[in-house]
Design a protein around this ligand. Structure first.
Ligand SMILES: Nc1ncnc2c1ncn2[C@@H]1O[C@H](COP(=O)(O)OP(=O)(O)OP(=O)(O)O)[C@@H](O)[C@H]1O
Ligand SMILES: [Mg+2]
Length: 233
């Protein structure tokens, strides 16, 4: 990895949301400097409205900063257009959301195949890779089930399999245990720990101090700035 082992380098990142007339509505990020070493697990915390989701959207190449420079996996994406950004997104990043976002009409296995389908992986290979990933997350015996036939924790594990089946270098998770009971949430966090030990960089938005403590590092946002940056351990 370039940039001295950092998989993410942000300098003076700003994100202004504008009104339709072009005047400033909100300064959601006001100059964020953030370096994330490859392989780190990072918790992003802070009060509602502090800029966590805005930061995650930029990290995930779903949105672009209005000022500042941003490098991810060795690519300076600050000046990328939508097509270039979506390529980086597809190659480097997996997403897990609070509400699992599985497609209800498809089986779990088909859901996990979706990102491979978009990458034009052929059917036989899709099946092999989806099956292997589902076995990895402990759902080898549930592959033909629809999401509604699974528990919340199983659905979240399927969503994690879908996020990781393309072998991304970064996993971004926005409140991944927010809708789960504590034991089921614990299972998900253990799965994250395992993946992180294998080298996956994980960035997770959470309101839960315990989840934050389990990560290598916690940043607290306040009013669009990093207010505290703590190494845990
Ligand atoms: N699309 C948007 N258009 C205009 N303003 C926005 C938009 N998205 C977010 N904001 C504003 O930017 C600021 C940061 O919002 P953001 O969603 O990043 O906060 P958050 O830390 O994720 O909060 P929460 O914990 O409630 O999810 C808030 O003031 C919000 O109102
Ligand atoms: Mg948010």
């Amino acid at each position: 990895m370039s940039n001295n082992g950092n998989i993410v380098t942000m300098k003076e990142i700003e994100r202004v949301y504008y009104k339709p007339d072009g005047s400033v509505l909100v300064n959601a990020l006001r100059g964020v400097d953030l370096n994330v070493p490859a392989g780190q697990s990072l918790a992003i915390m802070g009060p509602s409205g502090s800029g966590k989701s805005t930061l995650m959207n930029i990290l995930g190449c779903l949105d672009q900063p209005t000022a500042g420079s941003f490098t991810i996996a060795g690519k300076d994406v600050s000046s990328f257009d939508d097509a270039e950004l979506s390529l980086v997104r597809g190659q480097q990043i997996g997403f897990v959301f609070q509400s699992f976002n599985l497609i209800p009409q498809l089986t779990i296995e088909e859901n996990v195949e979706v990102p491979l389908f978009y990458r034009r992986v052929k059917a036989s290979k899709r099946k092999i890779e989806a099956t292997a990933m589902l076995e990895r997350v402990g759902l080898g015996d549930r592959m033909g089930h629809k999401p509604s036939e699974l528990s919340g924790g199983q659905q979240q594990r399927a969503a994690i399999a879908r996020a990781l089946v393309t072998n991304p270098s970064i996993l971004l998770a926005d409140e991944p245990t927010g809708n789960l009971d504590s034991q089921t949430g614990e299972d998900i966090l253990q799965l994250f720990d395992e993946m992180n030990k294998e080298g996956l960089t994980i960035m997770v938005v959470t309101h839960d101090n315990e989840v934050g403590q389990r990560c290598d590092r916690t940043i607290h946002l306040l009013d669009g700035l990093i207010d505290r940056d703590t190494q845990n351990g």
